[in-house]
Design a protein around this ligand. Structure first.
Ligand code: G3I
Length: 321
């Protein structure tokens, strides 16, 4: 969620959800002001709201290339002690943040989006990868486990429902597990398009995770009302034209979306080792998809712009009844 201070959003949360993820305020861009200096205020507020209302909190996300403040990487990369310095900053950050929330966060996305979308295994343009190489994953997970032995530790990525991306992520996971790195589960973001990928593809991703003895969490589910070619997210070209307004989204589109939500939750119900499902937002009033890959009308969630249940909500309710 973006902000628990909105009274109608709080009401919706209390009524329908038992787990909350901070959309942004637990990221290093909010918490990590500078080395050893933290801004916990907004996250503490979210945790207090959750506790007051009997909800649990998923922590998102300790280490992510998009939210990595420059102070982590300050210094001369050619200096003999540069690597050790960045490693120390990472260990300190993970240790302090996980310790701060110990006992209040049931799972952490320790590392977010380490796998490449291309032919390499690793996302090599990550500042973490550039500074520390693949070791950054080991360092972060080991520090998190030492700081809180009870919270579950996740590696989280998107497009795990596609065999290629999943293969790259799982090769990172398998290698880390073989070194004894304490990974408890795989987070499947599940930012889906209107008609792809299929529920069967999602089911395969969950099955591959369970086959490794790992837990799955669905961490960021939403379903776009468009089908875009790959070029849309890669280069903002070829994106589907947006509908002129929210009111003009065809009912048939919302119905297709509802059917997909229903199918997915049936898959979730029967999946092994899937213990948490989170939507990436509360109502269609606020979604990151309004501006990504391009600005256009969106309606990816279960509640509409007036926070009323959509056909998607009904389909989910029916499939888990
Ligand atoms: O709140 C400020 C606003 O005051 C300011 O006017 C505006 C101008 O840029 O920025 C607003 O903050 C933005 C914030 O979203 C709230 O909308 C940040 O700039 C923007 O960077 C931030 O984007 C978030 C993004 O992660 C980067 O952290 C999205 O909300 C959030 O949905 C998105 O979530 C990610 C997951 O963490 C990881 N998986 C992919 C997912 C989608 O990108």
């Amino acid at each position: 969620v973006r902000d628990v201070r909105s009274a109608p959003d709080a009401e919706l949360l209390r009524r329908h959800f038992n787990s909350i993820t901070a959309e942004n305020v637990m990221k290093a861009t909010t918490i990590g002001v500078s080395e050893g200096v933290y801004n916990y205020g907004p996250a503490d507020e979210l945790v207090a709201f959750a506790r007051a209302n009997g909800m649990q909190v998923r922590g998102h996300a300790l280490v992510w290339h998009q939210t990595a403040p420059a102070w982590f990487f300050a210094g001369d990369p050619a200096a003999a002690d540069y690597r050790a310095t960045v490693q120390r900053r990472l260990e300190r950050y993970v240790t302090d943040v996980v310790t701060h929330f110990r006992g209040q966060v049931y799972a952490w996305d320790v590392v977010n989006e380490p796998a490449s979308d291309g032919s390499t295994t690793w996302r090599e343009d990550s500042p973490w990868y550039r500074a520390l190489g693949p070791d950054y994953v080991d360092i972060a997970f080991r520090a998190a486990r030492a700081a809180d032995p009870d919270t579950k530790l996740f590696i989280n990525d998107y497009n795990t429902e596609f065999a290629g991306k999943r293969g790259r992520l799982m090769s990172i996971v398998d290698a880390a597990l073989s070194r004894g790195v304490p990974i408890d589960g795989v987070g499947h973001q599940l930012h889906l398009q209107l008609t792809t990928p299929t529920a069967a593809q999602v089911e395969q991703a969950l099955a591959d995770t369970a086959a490794r003895g790992l837990m799955s969490h669905v961490t960021e589910l939403d379903i776009s009302i468009y089908d875009d070619p790959g070029s849309c997210s890669a280069s903002r070209t070829g994106c589907a034209t947006g509908y002129p307004s929210y009111a003009e989204i065809p009912a048939s589109v919302l119905q297709t979306q509802a059917t997909r939500y229903g199918e997915l939750f049936r898959v979730f119900r029967r999946a092994q080792n899937l213990t948490s499902v989170s939507l990436w937002g509360l109502s269609d009033l606020n979604s990151w998809l309004e501006t990504f890959p391009v600005r256009r009308v969106q309606a990816p969630l279960l509640f509409d712009e007036q926070r009323r249940p959509k056909p998607a909500f009904t389909a989910v309710a029916q499939s888990i009844a």
